[in-house]
Design a protein around this ligand. Sequence first.
Ligand SMILES: Nc1ncnc2c1ncn2[C@@H]1O[C@H](COP(=O)(O)OP(=O)(O)OP(=O)(O)O)[C@@H](O)[C@H]1O
Ligand SMILES: [Mg+2]
Length: 232
Amino acid sequence: MLSVRHLQASYGAAQVLFDISLDIGAGEVVTLLGRNGMGKTTTVRSIMGLLRPHGGEVRFEGVRVSGLPPYRIAQTGIGLVPEGRQVFPTLTVEENLVATASSRTGSRRWTLDGVYDLFPRLKERRGNLGTQLSGGEQQMLAIGRALMTNPKLLILDEATEGLAPLIRVEIWACLKSLRSEHQSILVIDKNVDALAALADRHVIIEKGRSVWTGTSAELVADKSLKDRYLHI
Ligand SMILES: Nc1ncnc2c1ncn2[C@@H]1O[C@H](COP(=O)(O)OP(=O)(O)OP(=O)(O)O)[C@@H](O)[C@H]1O
Ligand SMILES: [Mg+2]
């Protein structure tokens, strides 16, 4: 479904991505792992066209999307839950959700009710402004908002960062339920153990290069990977 090949990207003169390759199949949950500053967010921004890669390519369902403007890439069916959530602060929960709704058919047709079923808490808060939500509720809203675009591929950048343990568990449970509906997901998160249970495959990046890829069983079996690439 998504194929990233030898991606290179820079901020001005500073090259950050040197050689990133990864694949996500339909219905697969894949993680992007790596320590702080290794280029995870930059990889996601390059996939979405928010940063224009200067080498390599990104293909989505066989079509080259690298080089297209971000809105065109989003229209092909990739939904992003960005780092820092970025909900619209002056809109209510419901307005936030409706603002991104799209009629395009994806793996499932998401409606307000569907999002409220997934996150009953958002239904209770439907009239509240973005600024009046807790961090966990904002994260649920950011996920709900991305789902309302009916993405074929959902990308989450640090979905549980800074959240209380119980809320984290709730977010992971939501991803698990999406997975059972065959939603393709690329997830960035630092909680490797929780992700090993959730994901099919993992890609580790180190200083702008994808250096390892494997299954959850392989990740858990090789303790040296954690020491080498993931310990903060
Ligand atoms: N807007 C920017 N301008 C210049 N350099 C940047 C910019 N954003 C990130 N960088 C640099 O690019 C490198 C990769 O950053 P990136 O945010 O992709 O890392 P990350 O793996 O997502 O880290 P984290 O786990 O902290 O979110 C870092 O060295 C960072 O300082
Ligand atoms: Mg990041």
